[in-house]
Write a protein that binds this ligand. Structure first.
Ligand SMILES: [Zn+2]
Length: 171
């Protein structure tokens, strides 16, 4: 499957929804289910690994991609919920088949984690407001917006109240 970036907000949304359907997540999805479903859909082995934060001032997550695997590195010192979101964000890139990286400076220490033949996707701390003013000519930004949107929808699936009665508590 060759990737082409969404051309407008409408296309972005429908692509995110298509990805969600393609993943065929179980009704009561946990993070491990999502990892498994993305691995299955993308045909890549997926490993998630928390790493130390030395030199990681500006990035909070990385994906090292090869043809058949994706290794997701998350910053150990970040709060759990943030690591969780970072993993969902990086998994979303993998689901979309995004390659290349625009947010990682060439000389960033993140590259030390990369080996020959791997593509690096990095998650920066500053996330532009993708809902508005997205320049659809900037493929890198569109990829970020796609990943961010899908990860938001995934986290809603995982974090939603498990029982009708829990839901009732929130009115
Ligand atoms: Zn990203």
């Amino acid at each position: 499957m060759t990737y082409t970036a969404s051309r407008n907000q409408h296309e972005l949304r429908s692509r995110v929804e298509a990805q969600l359907r393609r993943l065929k997540l179980p009704a009561e999805a946990e993070l491990t289910d999502i990892v498994e479903c993305v691995a299955h859909a993308s045909g890549r082995r997926i490993v998630v690994e928390p790493v130390g934060d030395r030199d990681w001032e500006n990035i909070t997550g990385l994906v090292l991609l090869t043809a058949d695997s994706a290794k997701i590195l998350v910053r150990k010192s970040d709060p759990r919920w943030y690591q969780f979101h970072t993993v969902l964000h990086e998994l979303s890139h993998v689901a979309f088949g995004h390659t290349g990286c625009t947010t990682l400076p060439i000389k960033h220490p993140g590259h030390e984690h990369a080996r020959a033949g791997q593509t690096v996707l990095a998650r920066g701390i500053a996330t532009p407001d993708f809902e508005e003013d997205l320049d659809f000519n900037e493929t890198g930004l569109v990829m970020e917006a796609e990943a961010e949107k899908l990860s938001q929808m995934l986290s809603r699936l995982v974090l939603r109240p498990r029982h009708g009665r829990d839901e009732a508590v929130f009115g």
